[in-house]
Design a protein around this ligand. Structure first.
Ligand code: BTN
Length: 333
């Protein structure tokens, strides 16, 4: 006897979706997915538990009324507009950290472009071992596995690609003034809406893979965003004034990330720098950066083709900063 298929409920969902707003008979569904009518009923209940609103009427069958704002494959995979990104799709209800899960998938040979996304994280990680608040189904917590072998100095630049794709998506899709806070935060009106944590494994000079982990605050309330956080926080919903479909955010982001990442692979960071600099919050401003136990104060005036932040100190000397925490921006919140 063959094992029961684990995707039958998704096939039923697809059939209902094809005729959303109309009833589809239990018999027709049973025939299409080759199971019994009680079997169909079981799968309908599973879909209801997943948050799908399905009306059942005797003599007529089942009608899909509303879909949840879930990031489950049934909602995302068939709507992807990417050519290769996220087609290998891993959706988890709860996980420690999507980055950790992606690192395990990478070790098991998952393909380039694999995506891990979770409804909730219990150990979401930020840069410098900080915690990333990952409350259930409010935000998007995702990790992308990128396997192009890149020089070890170049691979971490993927963080910039994530930030650029996010900023362009937020500006064009949601009409909010999103900016990049070097090195890998995204702000709206000076408050942090997303953060990026890129982790890499390499063989000597070249990366074996990169995991680009991104947390986006989507529907968090004012109370949730009140902190305490190191930096003022916000969500897309708070900035636009209305609840936002996470599905739209994820699909739009993935399509933009693929586009920007391909430009990066073809042309290098240099080609993307004008846009990255244009959207970087602190350009032309005096900022304070903490690098380990050193504090540097200077005017941010660019990003080098290798990805370092270029600062000019008061005495006119230049400094390239490779990593650090911008703790103060002149005139910011
Ligand atoms: C930062 O702002 O310091 C970076 C935050 C990165 C958070 C994301 S959420 C998805 C992925 N999984 C993690 O554990 N961290 C990243």
């Amino acid at each position: 006897m063959s094992a029961p298929k684990t995707t039958t409920h998704l096939e039923i969902l697809r059939l209902l979706r094809d005729r959303q707003g109309c009833f589809v008979s239990g018999t027709a569904l049973a025939q299409r997915v080759a199971i019994s009518r009680p079997g169909v009923w079981k799968h309908i209940n599973r879909l209801k538990q997943m948050g799908y609103e399905i009306e059942s009427r005797s003599g007529l069958g089942y009608m899909l009324v509303a879909v949840p704002d879930s990031l489950a494959p049934g909602e995302i995979v068939s709507n992807l507009t990417t050519r290769w990104l996220a087609h290998n799709y891993h959706h988890l209800e709860t996980i420690g950290s999507t980055n950790d899960y992606a690192l395990i998938l990478a070790a098991k040979g998952a393909p380039n472009g694999a995506l891990v996304v979770a409804e909730q994280q219990t150990k979401g990680r930020g840069r410098l071992q900080r915690e990333w608040m990952s409350s259930p189904s409010r935000g998007i917590y995702l990790s992308l596995l990128l396997k192009d072998p890149l020089p070890v100095s170049v691979a971490p630049q993927s963080s910039y690609i994530g930030a650029l794709a996010l900023v362009k998506m937020l500006r064009e899709q949601f009409a909010v003034p999103a900016t990049i806070k070097w090195p890998n935060d995204v702000l709206i009106n000076g408050r942090k809406v997303a953060g990026i944590l890129t982790e890499m494994q390499s063989d000597q000079d070249f990366s074996r893979f990169c995991v680009v982990g991104i947390g986006i605050n989507v529907n968090h309330s004012r109370e949730e965003m009140a902190g305490p956080f190191r930096y003022p926080a916000t969500s897309i919903a708070l900035e636009t004034g209305c609840a936002v479909k996470r599905q739209t955010v994820l699909l739009e982001f993935l399509s933009r990330f693929e586009h920007e990442y391909e430009r990066f692979l073809d042309l290098g960071l240099l080609a993307l720098l004008p846009e990255i600099e244009k959207y970087t919050e602190m350009m032309g401003k005096t900022i304070t950066v903490v690098c380990g136990n050193r504090e540097i104060i200077g005017e941010a005036h660019g990003i080098s083709s290798e990805g370092a932040l270029l600062l000019m100190r008061e005495d006119g000397s230049q400094e390239s900063v490779w990593a650090g925490d911008v703790v103060r921006i002149e005139g910011a919140l």
